[in-house]
Design a binder for this molecule. Sequence first.
Ligand code: SF4
Length: 360
Amino acid sequence: MNPVSAALLIWYRKNKRVLPWRKISDPYCIWISEVILQQTRVNQGIDYYMRFIERWPDVEQLARASEQEVLKLWQGLGYYSRARNMRLAAQEIVNKHNGVFPKTAIELKKLKGIGDYTAAAISSIAFNEPVAVIDGNVFRMLSRLFNEVTPIDSAAARKTFLLLAESLLDKNHPGDFNQAIMEFGALQCVPKNPDCENCTLQTHCMAFMLKKVDHLPVKRNNVRIRKRFLHYFVFLHKHEQQCYTLLRYRGSGDVWQGLYDFPCIESDRILSISELEKEHLFCAIKSVAPEIIPISGIRKHILTHQHLMAQFYIVKCNNGFEHVKNNSLSLVSQTELGNYPMPRLIDQFLYENENLFDNC
Ligand code: SF4
């Protein structure tokens, strides 16, 4: 066996974290854990994983869940297309494969939302298929080990780094090897100040020998960030001792598809109240002179390619409320609010303003 691969496996057996999905060969559990861990810290992911498996212990039960239920459980993890796609892939497995997981990466990639990484992780860990995985940790570790300067966010990166990963892959233990290389990147070859003096791969590591550890991996960093200004309106309406508000269902073509937020006016800057009152949303209820009250300051919410600047307002307009309603808006009582999946920005706002409905 390649000495680097052997050293990685020895390191892994000694240092791997005890995680609920380790030692499990059930492809369903491996799939759930791998999808949750994409873009998510392990500590945060464990809790979501446990709740997900408890709620839907197998693929048949996930296939029967509603999109709203799955998104609600996923709330706070972000990248909500992952959850929507998992439910759709579960339905495909049940309907087209009799509930049995495909065993190869090529077949797994045909399922909704399963890409190269997830397919390789499932097929190698659950079915021992000798295919290499590369995630962000593996990119970093290979870039340093081989002094590979191809930018990891370039089109050429995947092919280049896959070849390097395949050159190390232990074909007799592909599942363990793939977990070892990912764990090594996550715990030992960390982005900043890795402990190279105490690294088992030190004598093989080109970046260490060339004193280039801090300069690898290379990134082009040409991602353009879009800045958006969102004015959110919490309409308050009292009816028979219950307080109601309006929630907006977010359709396709933007972030947070399938989730709910409040009616919103978007612009390229924060607007004044007099400017907001001229917007279409308020023209419809002009006759009842709605009271628009800003709540706290502007909140910044950072997504991968977008920075959202959000300002929330209470809008009291007990009469004329129905003029605002349209197909994407639902009238929701205060007590039902918790059943709706929401982006973290909205959930946090509600959490920090728990007395909001006292103004009803
Ligand atoms: S020596 Fe340093 S840079 Fe090289 S693999 Fe080890 S931790 Fe990473």
